[in-house]
Design a binder for this molecule. Structure first.
Ligand SMILES: [Mg+2]
Length: 362
């Protein structure tokens, strides 16, 4: 198939309301920004997106409109790896992560979707993978919830057949964290995997202090105990604790994953193709995990993650996030027996319902 030249790059911005929620690292969250990017060649188009937790989205869109679109127009659409490196280099001085990674991600996802439409193949096949059913876990952004509300949420997860559930930790009183986790374990029973997530809110010493009283609740993993800059701190926690350390949603490039894997600072490698810098970047993270023999999981981006995790050797869980694009997608992801499969339509399978999104466009 001959390469086609990119002719147009178009963006749109939406602010999607969320039920109020929160965690220990990011505070209160009441909306999600969605920035879509459509990249067109003669006769075909692909759509990608970035999301935020309610701030920064206009800057992401401006980076795409002002800096990435002029770079991409006129390029051959099929050299995705080359285009990723061009975008990375273009934003290097202000980037190496952060908002730049979100902008690059949106464009990179659009390129993969376009490639899938042109080839008539679903994303997982483009990634060299076969379709498989990945276990999914119910994930709450539930730190502010009083205990009865937290338990009701866990009941809903169990009713949906998820084999695992995750709750936020990081309440001011560590005894309260331990009690909430204990109650969730009691409700869920022994056969359910139970993860906890501190959203980077502690120092390494605090993380050790706070997690010890929770160990009796048999945790499946301990997510983002401390800030992502502290690779040595994560390595210490991974060495000292029996509970596996899971990170990835706050890593904004393959280079950051390289350090974590090389320094034995991560036990479960989590990908997020938006925050990591695109499908291209998340695939590199999965390859690093495979080479190190580490299991993998995902953060949000449920639909893309179902494709990406098929390309991993040991994908243990896909996160069904508290945010969900379901109301705005023509083909929402289905959970069957607590598992998800990637879509079979060409590209990412994510067709946004523009009518459903229209009230939220800015
Ligand atoms: Mg998390």
């Amino acid at each position: 198939m001959p390469a086609s030249m990119i002719e147009r790059v178009e963006t749109a911005y939406y602010r999607l309301p969320l039920e109020p929620m929160g965690d220990a690292g990011h505070g209160a969250i009441d909306s999600e920004e969605l920035i879509t990017v459509t990249i067109s060649v003669d006769g075909a188009a692909g759509t990608g997106y970035a999301y935020t937790i309610g701030r920064g989205g206009h800057a992401v869109r401006a980076l795409i409109d002002r800096d990435l679109a002029p770079l991409l127009i006129g390029q051959d659409e099929d050299k995705i790896d080359h285009l990723w490196r061009l975008m990375w280099q273009r934003l290097l001085f202000v980037g190496r992560g952060g908002l730049a990674s979100f902008a690059i991600a949106a464009a990179d996802i659009a390129l993969w979707d376009l490639h899938g439409h042109m080839a008539g193949r679903p994303l997982y096949a483009l990634l060299g993978a076969e379709s498989r059913a990945i276990p999914a876990y119910g994930s709450g952004v539930d730190l502010p919830k009083p205990l009865p509300d937290l338990l009701r949420q866990v009941e809903r997860f169990l009713a949906r057949g998820f084999p695992g559930v995750k709750v936020k930790i990081g309440r001011p009183d560590p005894a309260e964290d331990a009690q909430r986790v204990r109650e969730v374990r009691r409700l869920a029973g022994d056969s359910i995997d139970l993860m906890v997530d501190a959203n980077m809110s502690w120092t390494t010493d605090e993380a050790l202090q706070h997690i010890r009283p929770m160990e009796a609740s048999r945790l499946y993993w301990f997510e983002e105990p401390t800030v992502p800059e502290d690779v040595a701190g994560h390595a210490r926690l991974a060495a000292e604790l029996d509970v596996p350390i899971a990170i990835g949603e706050s890593l904004h490039s393959p280079y950051e994953y390289e350090r974590y894997v090389a320094e034995h600072a991560v036990d479960v490698v989590q990908i997020d193709p938006i925050t990591n810098g695109g499908i291209t970047a998340s695939m590199k993270a999965l390859a690093l995990a495979d080479a190190a023999g580490l299991p993998t999981s995902s953060h949000y981006a449920d639909e893309l993650s179902a494709h990406l995790l098929c390309a991993s050797q040991n994908p243990i869980y896909l996160e069904k996030h508290a945010f969900a694009l379901d109301p705005y997608l023509v083909e929402p992801q289905r959970v069957v027996d607590g598992r998800v499969r990637p879509t079979e339509s060409p590209g990412t399978g994510m067709t946004f319902d523009l009518q459903a999104l229209a009230p939220y466009r800015e």
